[in-house]
Design a protein around this ligand. Structure first.
Ligand SMILES: N[C@@H](CCC(=O)N[C@@H](CS)C(=O)NCC(=O)O)C(=O)O
Length: 210
């Protein structure tokens, strides 16, 4: 499978972790060059968003769509529960991660790191500061639902853990995470970070500009 994207993105990391937890291999592919987006990437992602995949000719973009596909196609290690309520709640956590947590956190990431230091297009510090102000209420809620042991959905790791931890990891690059004042969330995050899949994906990150 070709995976287009860069590991700075929590959405790309989500797909990479799901693939590795399932024992799938992928080729991490560049999606843009000096002259713009590569046509083979745009064929997978018509609106030029990362991640996107090409799995033996089947192309798809959007991390949640991709992991839904991977979980249905490669069933040996399920990461989205089949039981209806657990399935719904897992997708709620994924959505929380993508829109609420990342909605606030990426304001900081884009405006303090990606814009000014990676893309060199600058950043808006007022938007970054707004994101920073939004995060504590979101962390408060997360701390209230994270279990003392195990995973968000119980004994088995699911997409819920992968999605949220992926965003938190991106926030480490802009000093918004880890936070010792959220001890349950921190302990759960450290359980996630100890997994071999996590270590392998972290090794694929390019050096983060200081
Ligand atoms: N909901 C999408 C979000 C994808 C997304 O916004 N990716 C960002 C990188 S973190 C991107 O491609 N940004 C480029 C742009 O918006 O032009 C997903 O889960 O894949």
């Amino acid at each position: 499978m070709k995976l287009y994207g860069a590991m700075l993105s929590p959405f790309v990391r989500k797909v990479a972790l799901v693939a590795r937890e399932k024992g799938l291999t992928y080729e991490l592919c560049r999606f843009r060059g000096r002259d713009g987006f590569f046509p083979e990437f745009l064929a997978c992602s018509p609106f030029a968003k990362i991640p996107a995949i090409d799995d033996g000719g089947f192309t798809l973009s959007d991390s949640s769509a991709i992991v839904l596909y991977l979980d249905a196609r490669y069933t040996a290690v399920p990461l989205i529960p089949a039981e209806p309520q657990a399935r719904g709640r897992t997708m709620w956590f994924d959505e929380f991660s993508d829109t609420i947590l990342a909605g606030a956190g990426l304001k900081v990431l884009f405006n303090r790191l990606v814009g000014p230091k990676v893309l060199k297009v600058g950043g808006d510090e007022a938007i970054a500061a707004q994101g920073e102000r939004e995060l504590p209420a979101i962390f408060d809620w997360l701390e209230s639902v994270v279990p003392a042991e195990g995973w968000l959905m119980g004994e088995a790791l699911t997409l819920a853990d992968i999605s949220i931890a992926s965003v938190l990891h991106s926030l480490t690059f802009v000093q918004q995470w880890p936070r010792a004042d959220y001890p349950r969330t921190l302990a759960w995050y450290e359980r996630m970070a100890a997994r071999p899949s996590w270590q392998a994906v972290v090794a694929e990150e390019f050096p983060i500009p200081a």
